[in-house]
Design a protein around this ligand. Structure first.
Ligand code: SF4
Ligand code: SF4
Length: 404
């Protein structure tokens, strides 16, 4: 893995043209030049030269990033800012020992305990049909301010569309094997997407190999805590060592991390895994889908989705696809970022949601559970009552469409 010093040349390549400012979601909300790649590179330049120290404040600036990659995609010098920020934050962890309490709070054991308790909480929440009650009372709840908006967000995690998987007849002769890497959200909170993906892929003759994977490690990676990230990556890589044809995952962010394991775990196996990781959309892209009823559909393309899902959705029959402005720009959620920078996150989401409301669509489709939260957060922030439903693409295809 490259250290911050190894990125010195990349940082020098920055011409200070400021084009990254025009696409950075954080800059658009804060107008703070220190938040954008150019500003962060100035600071890192000083740190590499020894003129500045890698302090907690420096890490705080580096954390002001949703990891959206917009600056990389727009930068004329082709600088991959995200990788540089991760290496720089890792430098912080190497140089500064963390208080025991903070280490404990950030430990994987605590993270797993939270997920386990969430599973119980949401099961009880659904048994008492609180999701339905909150949906009915949404207009009133929205008027209660920030707590009401948080309740709407929590409710969006609980709502289920699919009760159980259909039994599809498999064509054993054409059967391909896919390891199914389930995202944490799917495993612990709401398995709608998993049921939908299985329905869709069984019908195309794909068999699943299921294993108990750990979290892909995204929050540790983005935080620069490479030590903890590598532990999870190595555990998962060992379990991904099979002769399966594909490795699929239901989450655009997990997809991105699995593809990037090879950058941090430099083994042949990690490289082989990166080649096999594909999105389920790729496997169903040749299937013709038709919506059971005419719907106006719009799309939020997650920052880490690398398949052209807009093109795929446009081909679904009996829908009207309406592309929202900035449909492929960051929703502002990005896991820990939304917790650490609540006001900025809510404002990015609100601006994004307004673009979707303008389309007049019935449903916003997306392929990342965190983006579902970002979109729900934004819609709640607008305070509007008539808003589109937010839905995972696979759930929509399995529930609302037929195939030909
Ligand atoms: S777009 Fe690239 S070269 Fe231009 S200021 Fe931003 S990081 Fe530097
Ligand atoms: S990755 Fe996105 S949020 Fe982070 S600095 Fe680049 S444009 Fe801004």
């Amino acid at each position: 893995m490259k250290s911050l010093k190894d990125f010195e040349e990349d940082i020098y390549k920055c011409s200070r043209c400021a084009l990254c400012q025009s696409v950075c979601p954080i800059y658009k909300v804060t107008l703070n030049e220190c938040c954008v790649s150019k500003g962060k590179f100035n600071m890192l330049n000083g740190i590499i030269k020894g003129e500045l120290a890698m302090t907690r404040q420096a890490k705080k600036y580096l954390d002001l990033c949703t990891q959206c990659n917009a600056c990389k995609n727009f930068c004329p010098s082709g600088i991959d800012a995200r990788k540089i920020f991760i290496a720089a934050k890792n430098e912080y962890y190497k140089k500064n020992s963390q208080p025991i309490l903070l280490r404990f709070a950030n430990s994987y054991k605590v993270f797993k305990t939270i997920l386990f308790l969430s599973r119980i909480f949401f099961a009880i929440y659904r048994i008492f049909k609180l999701d339905k009650i909150v949906n009915i009372l949404r207009p009133l709840i929205l008027k209660t301010g920030i707590l009401g908006k948080r309740l709407i967000l929590l409710n969006s995690l609980a709502s289920k569309n699919i009760k159980k998987s259909k039994k599809n007849k498999k064509n054993k002769q054409n059967s391909k094997k896919a390891i199914y890497f389930k995202g944490c959200f799917n495993q612990y909170i709401n398995n709608d997407t998993e049921l939908a993906v299985k329905d869709l892929l069984n019908a195309t003759g794909v068999d699943f190999i299921e294993k108990d994977f750990e979290c892909c490690g995204i929050s540790y990676l983005h935080d620069g805590d490479i030590e903890n990230f590598k532990k999870l990556a190595q555990t998962n890589i060992k379990k991904l060592d099979t002769d399966a044809d594909y490795i699929i995952t239901d989450c655009a962010s997990c997809f991105d991390v699995l593809k990037n394991y090879e950058e941090y775990i430099e083994t042949k196996l990690a490289k082989d895994i990166a080649k096999k990781v594909i999105t389920p959309v790729e496997l169903i892209s040749q299937t013709n889908f038709k919506s059971k009823k005419h719907l106006r559909i719009t799309l939020h393309k997650p920052c880490h989705e690398n398949f052209d899902i807009a093109e795929f959705i446009k081909n679904v029959e009996n829908i009207e696809y309406i592309q929202a402005q900035d449909y492929d720009k960051c929703c502002g959620f990005s896991g820990k970022f939304a917790l650490q920078n609540q006001e900025i996150s809510r404002e990015i989401s609100r601006r994004k949601a307004q673009q979707f409301i303008k389309t007049g669509a019935d449903i916003i489709l997306t392929t990342c559970p965190a983006c579902i939260l970002g979109l729900e957060q934004g819609l709640a922030e607008t305070g509007e009552q008539n808003v589109p439903a937010v839905m995972n693409l696979f759930v929509f295809l399995a529930q609302y469409c037929t195939t030909r």
